[in-house]
Design a protein around this ligand. Structure first.
Ligand code: HEC
Length: 166
């Protein structure tokens, strides 16, 4: 990893190798701190769900990841319309029935429910942005679509950092 870092950092510092070495060292220390933070304890809140519901929720999660993977593939090919339809049907507000959300929500703490709703909203917003991009087809619209997709993954990350079910 280090040679890769040093290559990009050192380029602006050609002629000042000492500064370059210092930057690389600083980055190395930062990276070590990040690893330590990840390795240290797990302070996520445990949410106890009845066993069948746990399995159901994890099944939903694997579907979310598969959908995200498919969305990235479609966006990379600028196939915005199918991306919009997939996001709305599998992750957006239209997917609540599919995932049995109403059945599961009462078992989750309020903020967790809100994060779930946040994900569905973000996916529906992505669907709208992708629908617009399908008409506009510019570099700017590709950037907007990518940004909207990142807003979806931000909701995955937020909930995963806060809660666990086993
Ligand atoms: C409302 C909270 C919440 C949101 C939003 C959420 N997840 Fe999860 N997800 C969880 C929890 C809790 C677990 C179980 C983690 C644990 O117990 O260690 C989980 C587990 C998973 C797993 C592991 C499944 C397995 O079989 O073990 C995947 C994959 C996953 N999530 C993907 C996603 C993706 C992709 C998104 C966003 C598109 C997402 N999740 C959004 C709460 C959430």
């Amino acid at each position: 990893m280090l040679p890769l870092y040093s290559q990009s950092i050192c380029r602006p510092y050609i002629g000042t190798p000492l500064r370059c070495v210092r930057s690389v060292l600083r980055l190395g220390i930062l990276a070590a701190m990040a690893v330590a933070t990840v390795a240290a304890g797990d302070d996520r809140e445990l949410v106890k769900l009845p066993e069948p519901m746990q399995a159901h929720m994890l099944g939903n999660m694997r579907d979310h990841l598969a959908t995200l993977n498919e969305l990235l593939k479609l966006v990379a090919k600028e196939e915005y319309k199918p991306a919009a339809e997939l996001a709305e049907a599998r992750l957006g507000m239209s997917s609540l029935g599919l995932h049995g959300a109403a059945h599961m929500a009462p078992f989750m703490p309020q903020p967790m429910q809100e994060m779930g709703t946040g994900m569905h909203h973000a996916a529906s917003r992505f669907a709208l942005v992708a629908t617009d991009a399908d008409v506009e087809r510019s570099k700017a619209s590709l950037q907007q679509v990518t940004a909207a997709l990142q807003e979806v993954t931000a909701t995955c990350v937020a909930c995963h950092s806060a809660y666990r079910i086993h």
